[in-house]
Design a protein around this ligand. Structure first.
Ligand code: UTP
Length: 293
């Protein structure tokens, strides 16, 4: 069955970014002039996903408004003849059909994904974390969908991390396969205690899930941080070899966790320097700045 649905969790509290996230979801933080969530929606659309469900929480209005019409603004820009900005405003409105479901309490990523059960039904679907950016010059989701089609199994994205950073991620135990960039996952652990990580392969925010994840998440008890962890549900799929088990696609491109302040700054520099309109001036300034610091 071809994958058409994507779930975008965006209901976390974003405490690492307080006070900016006191009254605004972290997914609305701009990377240059576009909120992080728009890059994520654009990535899903590029991968051919046409039915998008966003899981929102408190302060959801900004997210919904961003993908809705802004008729007054459109009329004002039209009257001024400002075609370029009008196109920028209309772009997010016309990107995709978006649906919304509310996660009343941020009880964890696994709990957020479970909110999508009614909408998704019994078909495989993609999950893209709303604060996790994959540089559009690097391909990931398309490859994961291709591996899903090949294996008829759950596929997650993995990235090598420094051993001292492993305690911040879900970490996978893996076996090689006949494909260089694909591994079979035999176990997963969320935020392992320092020095206990089974590998340096960390789970990042892209997933292609079999619907069998839903009953597993329903039965998953709160884990690391007292939250219902998607990693724990995936571990059950992997260790039980349920619905084809779990495969990992190893990603070596550019990825930014915009919910982390340092990564957020890196994302802005990467995106700004690659932009035609800002890149040359920004790079020239950056070089000067680096020379004096
Ligand atoms: P994070 O763990 O980065 O989100 O979740 P957080 O809890 O908001 O972050 P901090 O640690 O407090 O700063 C990754 C993704 O999962 C979503 C988040 O919105 C983010 O896109 N999420 C997380 C939910 O939708 N619901 C949750 O209960 C938790």
């Amino acid at each position: 069955m071809p994958i058409t649905k994507a779930v975008i969790p965006a209901a976390g509290l974003g405490t690492r970014f307080l006070p900016a996230t006191k009254a605004m979801p972290k997914e609305m933080l701009p990377v240059v002039d576009t909120p992080a969530i728009q890059y994520v929606v654009e990535e899903a659309v590029r991968a051919g996903l046409s039915d998008l469900l966003m899981v929102t929480g408190r302060n959801k209005n900004a997210l919904e408004n961003h993908f809705d019409r802004a008729t007054e603004l459109e009329a004002m820009l039209e009257a001024k003849g400002d075609q370029r900005r009008l196109e920028a405003v209309l772009r997010s409105t016309n990107l995709a059909t978006l649906h919304y479901v509310r996660q009343r309490d941020p009880l964890g990523l696994g709990h957020a994904v479970l909110r999508a059960q009614m909408h998704v039904g019994h078909e495989p679907f993609a999950v893209l974390l709303g604060d996790d950016l994959i540089d559009e010059r690097d391909v990931l989701l398309e490859r994961m969908i291709a591996v899903h089609d090949m294996k008829n199994a759950t596929v997650i994205a993995l990235m090598e991390v420094e051993p001292q950073a492993a305690h911040l991620y879900g970490i996978a135990t893996v076996e090689t396969t006949d494909l260089d960039d694909v591994v079979k996952i035999t176990g997963l652990v969320e935020k392992p205690a320092s020095g206990t990580a089974p590998s340096n392969l960390a789970v990042i925010g892209r997933y292609v899930l079999q619907p069998e994840i839903f009953p597993i998440l329903e039965a998953t008890k709160p884990g690391s941080g007292g939250e219902i962890q998607l990693t724990d549900g995936l571990n059950a799929l992997a260790t039980g070899d349920i619905a084809g088990g779990v495969y990992g696609v190893i990603f070596s491109g550019r990825r930014y966790d915009t919910g982390d302040r340092l990564d957020y700054l890196k994302a802005i520099v990467q995106v700004a320097t690659s932009r035609e309109d800002l890149g040359p001036d920004f790079l020239a300034w950056l070089r000067q700045f680096m020379a004096t610091h």
